[in-house]
Design a protein around this ligand. Structure first.
Ligand code: PLP
Length: 419
């Protein structure tokens, strides 16, 4: 609504501010959702556990030795409510749930799944549904293995289920990626109706699977607790017990490089998975499993530990929200999420300017995740979505970076003119 002269004035003013920002020669990194060093320090005491005299598990397993592919009973019990599965349906593995997703996908491609017609790699080219914005490493797995990706829009309560239900009528569609709670990067949590429809929908592929990556199951930023329905129960009740495979890890609970990865599904899927995994390894690091059991103890222990994380990172999310609101509110050039958990803020800038915002930020010394990373093949058709990761830098750095990103967002919008 500005006159050309007023717009020019605004642009010139923002440009001056931007040049001043550039002259500060910042080096800030808002790219990856990593815990800050102080968050890792919260688990410092864990490194002294279990100690050299405490190496026998409840079932008599010598945790120092080979074996116990499924994980120790007490470790599986510890994560039973986090996973929403009885201990008997859980696998506890070494660090990185992404590795478990990779392996599950590779075993499906090479060996086929229970209920299927054989290896996925021997079928016509297969496809996965990819809710967008989504997690770039999920998309990289599909791309790396030649699995076609079909974007599905997120709605605020999970993926657009009308689109999902239509898409799964095609037998080539074998799976869907879901980050059901505090989704990466939108922060949204799936609604009860979304979960019910995912469980009940008629999928043409008999071996259709939901990759339920509950990476942020206990990662709350407020006192609220979302009521995410249990996907294993919902699918079993709908007559599709083998449909979901649940993944999680303690990467952002204890140590991102030395946590435990968690896998849960039906008993048929579990037997299938352990048969494949048993060729890959004789057994996981059970000392790390005991270490986690001794340190976290139970659900209350996990919850208390996550509150300490919240104390450290909630102020960083608040700083981003404040900086964006101060600069961008009411201007209709951007929208952003105010997540109640998880690790990310989504910033939607004016259409066609996301790449430009990233380039402007880069020139000013602020590394942002590349525009497009939130979409399959790196293609955001609107060039609009940016993922902000505020956990790793210090609070002062986060505030500075968020103010700078807001300035770059405004400047990019001004350069382009109204959408
Ligand atoms: N899944 C999601 C949705 C994530 O955001 C991340 C890390 O950012 C991971 C998985 C990685 O998990 P892990 O450290 O267990 O491999």
């Amino acid at each position: 609504e500005l006159s050309p002269a007023a717009l020019e004035d605004l642009r010139a003013g923002l440009r001056r501010e931007y040049e001043a920002l550039r002259s500060e020669k910042l080096t800030l990194d808002m790219t990856r959702g990593k815990p800050a060093p102080e968050q890792l320090d919260l688990a410092a005491a864990m490194l002294a556990l279990p100690g050299n005299r405490d190496t026998t598990a409840e079932d008599g397993t010598d945790a120092r030795n080979y074996g116990n592919l499924q994980g120790l009973p007490e470790t599986r019990a510890l994560f039973s409510s986090l996973m929403g599965a009885p201990p008997g349906q859980i696998v506890v593995a070494n660090n990185s749930s992404l590795a478990l997703m990779h392996d599950t996908l590779v075993y499906a491609l090479l060996k086929g799944l229970p209920g299927g017609r054989g290896p996925w790699s021997k079928e016509e080219p297969i496809a996965f549904l990819c809710p967008v914005p989504g997690y770039d490493r999920h998309f990289a797995l599909c791309e790396g293995f030649g699995i076609r990706m079909i974007p599905v829009a997120m709605t605020g309560a999970g993926p657009d289920m009308d689109a999902v239900e239509r898409a799964v009528a095609d037998p080539a569609v074998k799976g869907i990626w879901c980050v059901p709670q505090y989704s990466n990067p939108s922060g949204e949590t799936y609604g009860a109706d979304t979960v019910r429809r995912l469980a009940a929908m008629r999928a043409a592929a008999p071996d259709f699977r939901i990759f339920w990556d509950n990476a942020y199951a206990v990662h709350h930023l407020t006192a609220e607790r979302p009521a995410l329905p249990n996907i294993l129960d919902a699918c079993a009740e709908a007559g599709h017990p083998d449909r979901p495979i649940v993944f999680a890890s303690t990467s952002k609970v204890t140590l991102a490089g030395a946590g435990l990865a968690l896998w849960a599904s039906s008993l048929d899927n579990l037997r299938w998975y352990l048969t494949q995994a048993g060729r890959r390894s004789i057994g996981p690091d059970k000392l790390n499993q005991l270490r986690h059991v001794r340190f976290l103890r139970d659900d209350a222990g996990i919850a208390a530990h996550m509150e300490r994380h919240r104390d450290l990172i909630a102020p960083k999310f608040a700083a981003v929200a404040e900086a964006f609101a101060a600069r961008l509110s009411g201007l209709e050039v951007a929208r952003w999420s105010n997540p109640k958990g998880g690790y990310f803020v989504t910033l939607e800038v004016q259409d066609g300017t996301a790449r430009r915002v990233v380039a402007l930020a880069k020139e000013a010394g602020i590394a942002l995740t590349p525009a497009g990373a939130t979409h399959p093949y790196g293609r955001d058709p609107h060039d609009r979505t940016l993922r902000i990761a505020p956990t790793f830098p210090s609070l002062a750095e986060v505030r500075k970076a968020a103010e700078a990103v807001a300035l770059c967002t405004l400047l990019a919008a001004c350069e382009t003119g109204p959408a």
